[in-house]
Design a protein. Structure first.
Length: 393
């Protein structure tokens, strides 16, 4: 089966998945990229520093970059990706199915219209969910349009429970829904964490962390929606209660300076690593005992996949999309109300006082991460493509 995958731009999390899809004997894959983000664009997207990913993004699969004719080419605006040639490509190449990663950009609609014109089965993958705060007027305006377009899809590919509910809410047929989870290369993170385990104390000392403290990690963009200051306040409050805790904050972004200033002015035991590229981030997971993700808006949270693959539990807010799928209370982590710093502080205090509990949560965390492997995503895609192609025969 010939499958085209349309996606906005190269993403480190997709590379291993695309390679694995390309290796499948039942699939002929081509990835169509709409844009190549520059280091400057990466910084503007919230990472805070200019960079390129330091892992192979294009090895092992066929791909092409489409000609983006947008006046202001970018991935963060609907009109920033405009690739009219997609119609000709999809018409002439006779793909058996087309998978579109999201529909928040013009190119996605150009692709779907071409599929509807040629009768090519189209599948749309999305991590959108109904828990994201939206103005009532926007929800009302969206309703009739989404109720028209989502039932037209041959396949709906949610990443988890919340996004499945999203598709159902807008009229998707249950037999056309195939969960294709957000995944990371779990095998890679397991290997990296095992290889670094003996250096745990050295890593902590290198970041000026107390090697005997319970270390909680914040990993991600320092943006308002990630609520990094909640993490800073919770570490400070737990330390003032007498808990032997410390924080490690990996990443960069517009909120970093404020977090550093507050931590320094209030003598909060937090170290800042700055931006860590993909080949470096496992060091932070190994140095930590648990991950904290306090976001107020998070469609999934792939740092949770990475952390659990390294064997550490995760404490996430109730607005983190992967919570219902990956967080098993008292086994792989806990869920707390977003913005409730007191509740988060109490969780950190409780975990820091019971090292045996932390140790017990390591194995279930690894096992849960294995359910979200690259292989599981490949299997789900094959099931979806086979189903929609059989409908057209």
């Amino acid at each position: 089966m010939r499958l085209a995958v349309l996606t906005t731009h190269p993403v480190q999390y997709h590379a291993g998945w695309f390679r694995a899809l390309a290796k499948h004997p039942g699939l002929d894959l081509e990835v169509l990229y709409c844009h190549q983000a520059t280091p400057k664009e990466q910084a503007a997207a919230g990472f805070g520093v200019e960079f390129q990913w330091d892992v192979p993004l294009f090895d092992g699969y066929s791909y092409r970059f489409l000609k983006n004719v947008a006046r202001d080419p970018q991935v963060n605006h609907f009109l920033g990706l405009d690739t009219p040639e997609i119609k000709e490509i999809l018409t002439n190449n006779h793909f058996d199915a087309v998978m579109v990663n999201g529909w928040h950009y013009k190119s996605a609609w150009q692709a779907m219209r071409a599929c509807w014109h040629t009768g090519t089965p189209v599948l749309a993958r999305s991590d959108s969910h109904l828990h994201t705060a939206r103005h009532a007027a926007k929800r009302l305006a969206k309703w009739p349009f989404y109720r028209w377009f989502i039932p037209k899809l041959d396949g709906c590919l949610p990443v988890g429970k919340w996004s499945r509910d999203y598709f159902l809410n807008f009229g998707a047929r249950p037999d056309r829904i195939f969960t294709v989870p957000h995944v990371v290369d779990t095998a890679y993170f397991q290997r990296e964490s095992e290889g670094l385990r003996a250096q745990r104390d050295v890593l902590r000392a290198g970041w000026n962390l107390d090697v005997k403290a319970t270390i909680f990690l914040f990993a991600g963009k320092f943006t308002e929606v990630k609520r990094p200051l909640d993490f800073v306040h919770a570490i400070g409050d737990a330390a003032r209660r007498g808990s032997s805790v410390a924080g490690l904050m990996a990443g960069d972004g517009p909120e970093r300076a404020g977090c550093e200033d507050f931590a320094r002015n209030n003598n909060i035991p937090i170290s800042f690593t700055g931006f860590l590229n993909q080949s470096e981030i496992a060091r932070a997971y190994v140095a930590a005992d648990a991950l904290v993700l306090p976001s107020e808006t998070e469609t999934w949270g792939l740092v949770v996949n990475e952390a659990m693959a390294c064997g550490i539990p995760c404490f996430v807010s109730d607005q983190v999309g992967c919570g219902p799928d990956m967080i098993v209370p008292n086994e792989t982590g806990e869920i707390f109300p977003v913005g409730d710093v007191d509740r988060l502080t109490s969780l950190l205090d409780l975990i820091a006082s019971d090292q045996n509990r932390l140790a017990r949560m390591s194995r279930p965390s690894r096992k849960k991460a294995e359910e979200y492997s690259v292989e599981s995503a490949v299997s789900s895609v094959m099931k979806a493509v086979s189903a929609v192609c059989s409908q057209t025969l």
